[in-house]
Design a protein around this ligand. Structure first.
Ligand SMILES: [Zn+2]
Length: 363
């Protein structure tokens, strides 16, 4: 059983102390997932901001009121984003300009964020259309996805023009505590978590979240990508590298104990999904779109449909690249998957679990 440090969460724009020098700040998000947790680390000569909130709605005003109420004595000295998604980098450019401070992020996250923040609707290319066709989208759905296409430049302030590179295994010294950078992959290319052994606290970003599952997606930008393999490998490494009794400060939901249980659950959750997809492709050749109900029981549309389809393809790429599913192109240009692993029925008997209804994280 996971256990939670608090029964409730602070209101938007309000701070709560986790331990002296580590504060929790909530910011609102205008979507079903309605909040993000940010963390403030007090150094001897200023504050580190870990993740920034999205550049929409009241976020900037809430930041100003935090500065007014709590930052009279010490300035902001650094801004750090765990990864490039807009709720984590949205205000980074503004914060770094306002305080003239450095921006810390890993290399892959910096350049991925820079690229996506500058993507325009006209960058919807034949490769993107082909990826959607291969996934089972109709011509009408491809046209609609073209209409919606665009980067996230509209929900972030321009990315900082320079960065300081976070590297896996390196340390940041903050108020005498050494915070180790622990990189995880799969949800995003090079996601930085921070772990302090002195405090036994892990700031986990979107890499480990207690109640919702992070979206693991293949997109048209890298149609043959295998992010699920990276995600599962990262979780195995986290089990080896990080202690079970660490207090985990996630970017969504609330701070919790039970890191290893959560990591094992997430590994199992995806293994069950893989098995369910193999089973669904045992007697018929299926497309990614046709396989969505195997993973997601609730109706999907719009943005959620895109995330769910990306996650379904992540599982199909994983199985295909391991040789457990064959993949052919049908007359409509759509990939069809079929189970080829002769050990499947035996494995199914050994490990029969129903696939769970978990919608992907909407970030
Ligand atoms: Zn994210």
């Amino acid at each position: 059983m996971l256990s939670y440090l608090f029964e409730d969460a602070p209101d938007a724009g309000q701070l709560r102390e986790i331990v002296p020098g580590v504060l929790w700040l909530r910011m609102p998000l205008p979507m079903a997932l309605d909040h993000i947790n940010l963390y403030l680390l007090e150094d001897c000569d200023g504050w580190w901001i870990v993740d920034t909130g999205i550049a929409l709605g009241p976020t900037q005003d809430l930041w100003e009121s935090v500065f007014e109420r709590h930052f009279q004595d010490k300035p902001v000295k650094a801004v750090l984003s765990t990864h490039h998604h807009p709720d984590h980098t949205g205000m980074a450019g503004w914060l770094c300009e306002r305080w003239r401070v450095p921006f810390y992020i890993t290399e892959a996250e910096y350049f991925t964020g820079l690229s996506f923040s500058r993507t325009q609707p006209e960058h919807y290319s034949w490769t993107t259309a082909l990826h959607m066709e291969r996934s089972g989208y109709t011509a009408e759905q491809i046209a609609a996805s073209r209409e919606e296409f665009g980067g996230f430049g509209s929900v972030i302030t321009p990315m900082p023009t320079a960065y300081r590179r976070l590297v896996d295994g390196a340390f940041l010294s903050i108020n005498g505590n050494r915070w180790q950078v622990v990189v995880g992959r799969g949800h995003s290319p090079e996601h930085a978590c921070l772990y302090s052994s002195a405090l036994n606290i892990l700031i986990s970003g979107d890499q480990v979240i207690p109640r919702i599952t992070s979206n693991i997606s293949v997109s048209g930008a890298e149609p043959e990508g295998n992010p699920l393999k990276e995600w599962l490998n990262s979780h195995e490494r986290f089990l080896e590298r990080l202690p079970d009794d660490a207090l985990v400060l996630p970017a969504h939901n609330t701070p919790f104990y039970g890191l290893h249980e959560r990591l094992r659950y997430l590994i199992e959750h995806h293994e069950e999904h893989l098995l369910a997809l193999e089973e669904a492709c045992l007697d018929a050749s299926c497309s990614a779109m046709e396989l969505l109900p195997v993973l997601f029981k609730r109706p999907l549309e719009g943005h959620n449909l895109g995330l769910a389809l990306g996650e379904c393809i992540a599982h199909l790429n994983y199985l295909h690249q391991r040789g457990q599913l064959s993949r052919t192109v049908d007359d409509h240009g759509c990939y069809r998957y079929r189970s080829v692993d002769s050990t499947l029925p035996k494995r199914l008997r050994q490990q029969r679990h129903a696939a769970e209804d978990n919608s992907p994280l909407q970030v």
